[in-house]
Design a protein around this ligand. Structure first.
Ligand SMILES: [Zn+2]
Ligand SMILES: [Zn+2]
Ligand SMILES: [Zn+2]
Ligand SMILES: [Zn+2]
Length: 315
């Protein structure tokens, strides 16, 4: 059996010790950066592995590629101590030149053999369980995963650092349960934002409301911030889903009072774009504070903004 042979070939060149502790690359004589890989037995083993997904030997190599310190997969430059214990470059920078496994001085030894083995591997996207069935050469996998459409979304709640990630149904529930966000059914809305001391823009509140329509969810953000020297209020809509789907929708926002009115029409932004990014791109309804107070009745004491909105699906 081919996979059995490969396993043996590999096993012959990596001591058992190393395999057990998930560290790789050599108690044999290759602990020098000048290893000639073309004649290395390691290379043969690696060639045999290419394209054989999910075989036991492939999984073993996969494990060898996990950093023994942080357990993440390692990418070049992969480092090793003179005794062959490997670690990723992030961890190497943090261990003060001492091997975390054997305490030997680390020095600056690249593990080229392991880097080459990695190059020959093809492994599934790490979001396989979320629905991605693509398989990639090791070094392009990372790039794919950064843009994989199955990758989890970040929590769209702004104003607090929330590190929760997940798919949309999970995040909708999380917004409701953990952030106590208001949920509304329907594609039109009328919102009133009231603030008693609108001069305190630094501590100005911001709000998030979620709308449920067309079987999808939209986040309406409303907030105050300093734009250059002038305080402004801003309202914008984000779509809980990918950019491609976001573009199938449009929305309008209207704010006014005292016989005046400002209207904004836009396309909701995917929550793949951070709240901060959307805000900074000014892709929404922006009301300067003086105008906002004028809309509010003009007594300059209280902010009372009525925002009417509508979401629709483009044909
Ligand atoms: Zn690491
Ligand atoms: Zn070591
Ligand atoms: Zn993927
Ligand atoms: Zn959250």
């Amino acid at each position: 059996m081919a996979s059995g042979e490969e396993k043996m070939a590999l096993g012959g060149y990596i001591c058992n010790d190393c395999i057990d502790s998930r560290i790789a690359c050599a108690d044999y004589d290759i602990a020098t950066p000048n290893l000639d890989l073309r004649s290395s037995p390691f290379r043969k083993a690696a060639n045999g592995l290419g394209g054989q997904r999910g075989t036991p030997s492939n999984n073993d190599v996969h494990e060898l590629l996990e950093c023994s310190v942080c357990m993440n997969l390692m990418y070049p430059p992969i480092h090793q101590c003179p005794n062959g214990h490997t670690l990723c470059s992030n961890c190497k920078a943090r261990v003060h030149n001492s091997c975390p496994t054997c305490r030997h001085e680390l020095g600056n030894i690249r593990c080229l053999a392991l880097e080459k083995v990695a190059e020959s591997l093809e492994i599934p996207c790490k979001y396989q369980v979320l629905g991605c069935h693509d398989i990639f050469p090791y070094y392009s996998k990372l790039k794919h995963e950064q843009n994989c459409r199955f990758r989890p979304y970040n929590c769209p709640y702004a104003g607090a650092e929330c590190s929760v990630t997940g798919d949309i149904p999970f995040l909708v529930n999380h917004l409701k349960e953990d952030h106590k966000v208001d949920m509304h059914d329907g594609y039109t809305f009328n919102h009133r934002y009231v603030k008693t001391n609108p001069q305190e823009i630094e501590n100005a509140t911001w709000m998030l409301t979620v709308f449920n329509c067309f079987g999808r969810q939209f986040c309406l953000h409303f907030e105050a911030f300093q734009q250059g020297m002038s305080p402004v209020y801003m309202a914008f809509l984000r779509f809980m889903g990918d950019d491609n789907d976001a573009r199938k929708f449009s929305y309008s926002l209207e704010v006014g009072g005292n016989g005046r009115k400002l209207v904004w029409q836009g396309i909701p932004r995917s929550i793949r774009d951070s709240h901060r990014k959307v805000r900074d791109s000014q892709d929404g309804l922006i009301v300067p504070r003086n105008l906002a107070l004028f809309f509010s009745g003009g007594d300059m004491q209280q902010l009372k903004l009525k925002v009417a909105g509508r979401i629709w699906k483009e044909q």
